[in-house]
Design a binder for this molecule. Sequence first.
Ligand code: ADP
Length: 633
Amino acid sequence: MATVAEKGSISIHTENIFPIIKKFLYSDHEIFLRELVSNAVDATQKLKKLAALGEFNGDLGDLKIEISFDKKAKTITVSDKGLGMTGEEIKKYINQIAFSGATEFVEKFKDKGDAKDIIGKFGLGFYSAFMVAGKVEVISKSFKEGTEGARWECDGSTEFELSPDEKTTRGTDVILHINEDSEEFLDEFRLKGILEKYCKFLPVEIKFGTKDDSVEDGVDKDNKPKYKTVTSDRIINNTSPIWAKAPKDLKDEDYLAFYKELYPFTEDPLFWIHLNVDYPFNLTGVLYFPKIKNDFEMQRNKIQLYSRQVFITDEVKDVVPDFLMLLHGVLDSPDIPLNVSRSYLQSDANVKKISAHITKKVADKLVDMFIKDRAEFEKKWDDISVFVKYGIISDEKFSEKAKEFALLKNTDKKYFTLTEYADKVKANQTDKDKNVVYLYTSDIGKQDAFIQIAKNRAYDVLVLDGVLDSHYINHLEQKLEKTQLRRVDSDTIDKLIAKEETVASVLSKEEEEKVKGVFEKAINNKAMTLAVESLSPEELPVTITMSEWMRRMKDMARTGGGGGMNFMGSMPDSYNVSINGNHALIQRILKTEGEEEKTKLAKQVYDLALLSQNMLTGADLTSFIKRSVELVG
Ligand code: ADP
């Protein structure tokens, strides 16, 4: 075996590229481990491939990758039993490829100025070892018969040393001599944490070994504690996660178990989609539909992005359309580079295609579920409606497909597609201007009085009480022809759906003015706009409403929409008080003797209206109770 060490200089143009790279990758030093373990996995997979092709006929043996660290020697070692490299190959692959990637990075950096944008386009790969190590050794032996082992050493400068090595087993050991700044990595929990984050689903078994020589083992003859070395080894990864398997080989339990593996303390998902695309890009993954609670902002960033089973990020903002960020699960695409930066993802054509594809798959799945088992779909609707509505509002293509399965639910808990619903209410709920009016409630409990009034007319009432419904209502009105949505408590029933026929007033104009005067005195509140109307006698004597328009503006201002209408949010509430001139009680007030008595009755009727809408509180409520006791007594 030759014993001469070769010294050489790596042929790159830029001296000291390392400090520059180090500076810009500062926040992400931990990725060195991901890069080295990925290389070890690649080397192992390549050997397996060669064996499958008959180009390697030896014994594959145990192919586990081993990661260990030595606190005293301050080293971290990544060892694989993959295809290995000869000295010549080290020169070629490490000196040229690894260093040229880094050089290219710096060259580009010099021209462009903003390194953050450029980083994403270069896998710094092997070179990232120098982010944490002052010196790196590569000891390798190729699978090729008759080749000898080689040892390469470099301190991150352009100087390297290459010598023969006595290594007899196939594969590569990369030994990092950790620098002072990076000693945090010489820690079991830190390393285990990094491995669990990036390497949890790598396709080759990874053993993380810790040697602990601080365990006391009795005392020596001088009564000083003796220490023994305890070694613990465990496989830290699941080499065949379900997204890498064929859907036909999987049962529901497998999907549910994997979900629990990803998100240990969460409720079971509602259903899932297994993605498996190989043209025009590669994409696999499983997306789960969680039960979405109202605080859905909390649920974002649950999708993990992988590239060939190597974890990249869980910030999938640009890969997945916004409304799909509510989903959970895993996406894996080799077409997304490891070192992704935000700006890279935004501009990448593949990423855009992936996003469009996912949207389509999700819509297809929902159509499929709806067609196959509508009853089952309806059961899930309340849980998925937020997500579907979000998609409909924000994504034109999704919205188009959603026409097939988007449902409306009414107060009888019956579900309708948009077409079904239009057919259902058209006859009875078309107003005199030929507009179909959909009535809805945003709170079944609070708006019950109004719901009952609508039902007395055989009108249907939809339940639209979700977080996104104020936006969804606007969207529906834009999409549906000659259709308006009005909340049941936004006007008196005759005005909500105005028909040709009107109810005649039993009061003369003069009497109406009188009634109005009495109520104005009793109510005495500028926020209330009074009107005496001729409603049917069986309607309530007094109804308090806030117009649909006014309330929507306020809702929009509150949820941040409504462009430029933000001043609405700070405007005081204003309501319409409609007094039913045809109601017997109003006529009785008119006939009552004495101003004080009149006002008292009017106030009582008005308070009842407030009470029915939870608007009577504090001192007003107390005086109402007192007055009621008097009236009853
Ligand atoms: P990349 O992996 O993106 O090609 P790297 O800088 O990580 O870039 O590595 C450069 C090259 O060095 C690899 O392409 C591979 O040929 C070789 N290499 C690195 N690590 C190993 C290893 N553990 N076993 C065999 N070859 C390796």
